[in-house]
Design a protein around this ligand. Structure first.
Ligand SMILES: O=C(O)CCC(=O)C(=O)O
Length: 263
């Protein structure tokens, strides 16, 4: 694995990077911001197009075949799932996961100055996939306004009642408590949980402190999603992007995109 760390993006800062990537006034929309603040999650309309869905599926299919049992090893594997990670370096299709303007506007609302933490995928296999309710920030509960992370989920198969749709507990990002501390059994159903039921091609943005988790896939086919995970700029990344960046990735990306990767 080549180790390339340039750390140079031409003196760019957060505001300039976002502007150069197309983030403009009014994004991502007042209704989205209200849902993010109140519920801790929101769908972002108009970002995830049918050609992107086809391209993600095709590339992930090829990577799944090529990587087999090694899949996900750069970040972490999970029994009963097929994970892939370091997707920043595994196809230009995935650039959208950290450069789409509406998405970036939503992330900036939640985190202020931020960077990409990782792009990865998770497919819950038939008969598998149930997770404990958890948050995506390991550092413990925080007060509103101190959010450290947020995640986005690019839904690649219809999320249904049967196939292991993600469950979320609306408003839990404001509770200042982690599920493993607050709940006797974080694997059990929660009285306030909701299943994210959405068609393939939907893009969900959620607060990293929202209680959520995958559920059991009772269908006969894998249930796939792609995750673009972001953190506040001062935090370590889930995948050290500078360590993994390939020369062709650095050559492809604009200074603004490289700023978001911190490479
Ligand atoms: O795939 C899902 O439904 C959720 C995955 C998740 O929350 C995780 O792996 O941390």
């Amino acid at each position: 694995m080549p180790i390339v760390h340039t750390g140079s993006y031409g003196g760019i800062d957060s505001a300039r990077a976002l502007a150069e990537l197309g983030v403009g006034p009014g994004m991502p929309g007042a209704d989205v911001l209200e849902r993010l603040d109140e519920d801790g999650y929101a769908f972002l309309p108009g970002v995830f197009t049918p050609p992107m869905l086809a391209a993600f599926r095709a590339r992930l299919g090829r990577l799944t075949e090529a990587e087999g049992a090694r899949g996900g090893s750069e970040v972490g594997q999970e029994a009963g799932t097929m994970r892939l990670s370091d997707l920043v370096n595994k196809g230009p299709e995935f650039d959208a996961c950290f450069t789409s303007p509406v998405l970036l506007a939503g992330v900036a609302h939640l985190l202020g100055e931020f960077k990409l933490s990782s792009v990865s995928s998770r497919a819950a296999l038939p008969g598998e996939g149930h997770q404990a309710l958890h948050t995506d920030w390991p550092g413990g509960p925080l007060a509103p306004g101190e959010y450290q992370a947020c995640n986005s989920m690019w839904i690649l198969d219809d999320f249904t009642e049967e196939n292991g749709a993600t469950r979320v507990v609306p408003g839990s990002h404001r509770w200042g408590r982690a599920p493993q501390e607050a709940l006797e059994d974080p694997f059990a159903p929660h009285p306030d949980e909701r299943l994210v039921l959405a068609p393939a091609g939907s893009l969900l943005l959620f607060n990293g402190h929202l209680w959520h988790g995958g559920t059991l896939n009772r269908s006969g086919a894998p249930r796939r999603a792609l995750h673009g995970y972001f953190t506040r700029r001062g935090n370590p990344q889930q995948l050290d992007q500078a360590r993994y960046a390939r020369p062709e990735t650095l050559a492809r990306l604009s200074p603004a995109a490289r700023f978001l990767l911190d490479v």
